[in-house]
Design a protein around this ligand. Sequence first.
Ligand SMILES: [Ca+2]
Length: 147
Amino acid sequence: MRTLGVLVGTAAALVAGTAVPGAASTEPPKEGPSIVYRQADGSRIACPAGYMCLYTGPNFTGVMVRWPAGSADGDFTKIQCPPQYCTNGDFNDDASSWHNNNTGHKYCISEHVGGGGWDNSTPNNTSGNLTGRYNNTASALSYLGCP
Ligand SMILES: [Ca+2]
């Protein structure tokens, strides 16, 4: 399959990182998120093994933001995303699907920056669409499960 997506930037440039309650760790900081832009034909974007991936579109389409296993992200407003792909030029409140691909962690997607609001548990090796009130409202991610 021909991949037309473009990898852009790395962690430090995209995200400052805010602590998520319950995500405290003594481990050194992991690599942060990176953005893969949409496929030119709008087809799904593969989430690599060992990554937690969120997508702006349903069924793993749109723009993918991916985090290596074991990284958390408490503030999606700090993830820059071009306005043609994301509202307000950031990834906040833009996620519509997820894929937790062999990270070994139960991730928790949260409604609010810093966690809280609704919390949606996404166990290892699960994927699906964020629908209803979960759609386009995610603002934070942690890898230690939901509180
Ligand atoms: Ca939100």
